[in-house]
Design a protein. Sequence first.
Length: 367
Amino acid sequence: MQADGTVAAAVARHYFLRCKYTSRYRATRINSLRIRTIFTVFVAYWTCSARKRVYLHNNTNLYLAMSNILKIRNANDYGRYVGLKERHPSVCVVDYSKAESVRSSLNSYDVYAIFVLDHISVELAYGCGKYGLGGGTMVCVGPGQVDGKEDNGRAIEIKGWTLLFDQDLQRDANLEKLVRECTFFDYHVNEALDMTASERATLDLLMRQLDNELDNRSDSFSDRLIVGYICLVLTYCKRFYHRQFMTRQTEYTDILARFDSLLHGYFDKELQLKHGLPAVKYFADNMCMSPNYFSDVVRKATGETAGNHIRQYIVRLAKNGLAAGADVTEVAYRLGFDYPQHLSRMFKNITGMTPGEYRGRFRNNDL
């Protein structure tokens, strides 16, 4: 960077001297302030350009990675990538046994996709991690997510099905409502569903029926049936994930213990004074989970949402502060609230009374 600045200074000095000894300079009588302005602008431009060159050099891999991403803006973008023709403008079903030679791809999704995989020969990337998937695995991704593996030009082995459908298909009210309930579209790859043999057979049957319907769109009922099959697939996915949650109670008990430890530690370290009230995402990130998966685990294990669990703990801390004699404003700011009214609103929603009412009843031993 210093070398670039030296070159810039030399060029500017050359320009200054050339202007000084030309008749044009004498005729126009450019004053020293103008020359200094030209010099400053030139150095700034050169330095900025140098910084851009350094930035681009240091981030070459980032730009190359971005250029290698397969942008799936429409369900059929992925179908065309694996060599399949379009059969419906908003829906694509991929039977990998019928697809041409398939290469890996790092995908950016603007659609919903359900991968029902019996086998895949590569590890998939999600965020900063890489994950290998075994047989009988289901992965769901939604708009805004990026996952997969960059194309290296080599064919990969993959067995199973993929269903993709566009967001505009949600014009159907039943499908729209169902998709909103399907929080698994925001799960990470390592939070995939491990299907039983029976569950795998069920999805295989539904995929075959949907694939057949796409091949034979012969009447006005086809589109309605296609949406119906997608709704069935999603409903079964919800059932299967529920089963998985129920059979992993020991694992989820450990997650809850870590959640409580992080929650207590957040306030013990007074992080709320620096960062404000903790959000669900903070705890999910610290446990390497997606916020939706983490929230679903907490809800299945406790019957309440992760957000409500956090609020219950904050209200307990508020009660302790009020019982110790602190006023509402002091307690609010100590807990990380921007305004005392926000604490009062949360407190009343949880307890049915205002902080002032609680403190009065505590003093009168009326609790």
